[in-house]
Design a protein around this ligand. Structure first.
Ligand SMILES: Nc1ncnc2c1ncn2[C@@H]1O[C@H](COP(=O)(O)OP(=O)(O)O)[C@@H](O)[C@H]1O
Ligand SMILES: [Mg+2]
Length: 298
């Protein structure tokens, strides 16, 4: 078996070089409507290299819609999305992934019948660059690429501590492990920007702590920029460099955790008008958890 490498040696493609002070992602005046529904109503923000940027807001605020616009699932009616200086508008989802944006979905999207190993190998798909005749003419080269991809997958499996599940069909795994496999598949894509849509939703305390640790380790080892949508306010306040708060498709606040937490507009949106209660982090957390529960039960 290959020696275990640090993640930064296995995944060398995650580093970005942009001029000092420049963002890697720049979203301007983004608007997305479905018939009469405004999912996103003119939202602007940017993400700096290595930044953990969090998007929060009540259910239906437009968080997943922003991810869908970035990943090319939906085409916004207005605004611009630039990644590493190039527009992502009209770029198809697989091509967006090819440019270096990987995504962990709100609802797990893995192949249940395939093993953990095979699901992660699929994450390497666009790195399996054999060339059209390589299989026939350069068997040696194709074999080397295949082996290197396998090694990267094994490194990610080690990193996420899922060795014991390698050969298990994903469908058999507990929820928390499935989410970890999804994170693994996104990592195997060697992204430059990682989109995490509610990475700890539905997890128990222990699973949540594990996931938080992996997110922190990914940051520390790879310096990978991430956008995290999450209802768990404790996690957001602990991990995020900056937070954007959405309400009804509009940006109502943006800034570091402390300033966002103390922003009257945020307190008003979360606690509702006429409620003069103290809005510390716990109140915010409890309120968003209540909102999350409403969605699950409706
Ligand atoms: N495919 C769609 N068709 C119609 N309406 C949609 C679609 N996707 C999202 N919406 C609407 O857009 C709004 C924002 O949804 P979404 O981005 O999923 O919110 P969040 O992720 O913040 O909970 C909601 O009102 C939702 O019903
Ligand atoms: Mg959502």
């Amino acid at each position: 078996m290959a020696m275990i490498r640090p993640l930064s040696e296995a995944l060398t493609g995650t580093t970005v070089e942009v001029p000092a002070g420049q963002p890697i992602l720049e979203v301007k005046d983004l608007a997305l409507r479905f018939g009469g529904t405004t999912a996103v109503g003119g939202v602007s923000f940017d993400v700096k290299p290595g930044e953990l940027f969090s998007i929060i807001g009540p259910n239906g605020a437009g968080k997943t819609s922003i991810f869908n616009c970035i990943s090319g699932v939906y085409r916004p009616q207005e605004g611009s999305i630039d990644f590493l200086g190039d527009s992502l508008l009209g770029v198809r989802p697989d091509a967006v992934a090819g440019r270096g944006i990987a995504r962990m979905f709100q609802n797990i999207e893995l192949f249940d019948n395939l093993t953990v190993l095979d699901n992660l190998m699929l994450g390497r798909h666009q790195h399996l660059d054999y060339g059209s005749f390589a299989g026939m003419l350069y068997v040696g080269k194709a074999k080397r690429i295949e082996l290197e991809n396998r090694r990267i997958v094994e490194d990610v499996i080690d990193f996420l501590e899922i060795e014991m599940f390698r050969k298990f069909p994903v469908g058999m795994l507990p929820y928390g492990v499935k989410k970890r496999v999804e994170l693994g598949r996104a990592l195997c894509m060697e992204p430059k920007l990682l989109l995490l849509d509610e990475p700890v939703a539905g997890m128990n305390v222990e699973e949540t702590e594990d996931m938080a640790r992996f997110i922190l380790d990914i940051r520390q080892e790879l310096g990978l920029a991430m956008i995290m949508v999450e209802h768990d306010m404790g996690l957001v306040m602990d991990l995020a460099d900056r937070i954007m708060v959405l309400d009804f498709g509009k940006r109502i606040s943006i800034g570091d955790p402390e300033s966002v937490q103390n922003d009257p507009a945020v307190i008003k949106a979360y606690l509702g008008e006429g409620d003069e209660g103290e809005a510390d982090g716990e109140d915010l957390g409890a309120r968003t958890e209540a909102l999350a529960t409403e969605e699950v039960s409706s």
